[in-house]
Write a protein that binds this ligand. Sequence first.
Ligand code: SF4
Length: 346
Amino acid sequence: MKNSTVDTHTLPAQWADDEPLLVVDDLYVEFQTRQGTVRAVNGVSYSVNAGETLAVLGESGSGKSVTAQAIMGILDMPPARIPRGQVRFRGTDLLKMPDDARSQIRGRRVSMIFQDALSALNPVFSVGWQIGEMFRVHRGMSKRDARKKAVELMDRVRIPAARDRLDDFPHQFSGGMRQRIMIAMAIALDPEILIADEPTTALDVTVQAQIMGLLAEIQRDSDMGLILITHDLGVVADVADKIAVMYGGRIVEEAPVHDLYRSPAHPYSKGLLESIPRVDLKGQELYAIKGMPPNLLEMPTGCAFHPRCPYRRANCETDVPPLHPVGSGRGSACHYWREVLDGGHS
Ligand code: SF4
């Protein structure tokens, strides 16, 4: 059994030795819409440990953000419904927790950064007030002490002249600086798990690299688990330990990051890798996976990727591939993973 620093009555001080810090186990999420039931997440399982970075990769509609929202407990239910699955944090299923206990964990122990900092920040309050609010509300600090903490955090996320900018409003900062403010708020209470949902999508490439570097540095210093949600395989290579690739609400490949880069075992991951622009191929046409992501109201039969897959055979249209073990810590939901791994046709 592990020792734990948990001091809240809502979580056990110890939990099973072989259980990672956060475990998503066979999770299903669906939405009732006028057009029918949208099955957004279909049996997703992944885990993250302290000090580990998991990148969750996929196109929009793949279920990666909905899974994160289920972990955080911020889905509107209804129309969302979680018919099956668990989200275990320190061995306790968050989905079974009463709302008040869950809200004690949200933001404090498990925190999240959103894609669009401008709409996530409140435009009518200064950034110092918004960062300080975390300490006033959750730690009961005085206004003066909360301001001091806000300056410390703005320094930590490298906002220049933090003290002078405390009373500035979100619109007075650049996109990259706003994202730093979001990161400051997300790490204010020293969470054990940080979920970053497309944290660099709206930023230019140089600022993207700075933000990714900052997240990696914060994680190293604090030993928190980081779940990095992205559609861009290019941004996670240097920071992630392992990758879960999602398609149509399922994980289609999971692997240590370098294994996946070296030799993908699923045609979709292979296509994503080949779509990354490369300096050595300058002048050549950029590869793009043909077709569109599936309509979640009318999922293709069999393997959801089959309408776009260059490897497909007849049985792909009827048989849903399970996640085959393909090596240490690796899995691929493809009937023909050996062929893909061996670098067969594409
Ligand atoms: Fe392609 Fe078939 Fe593999 Fe699906 S199961 S990824 S369609 S080869």
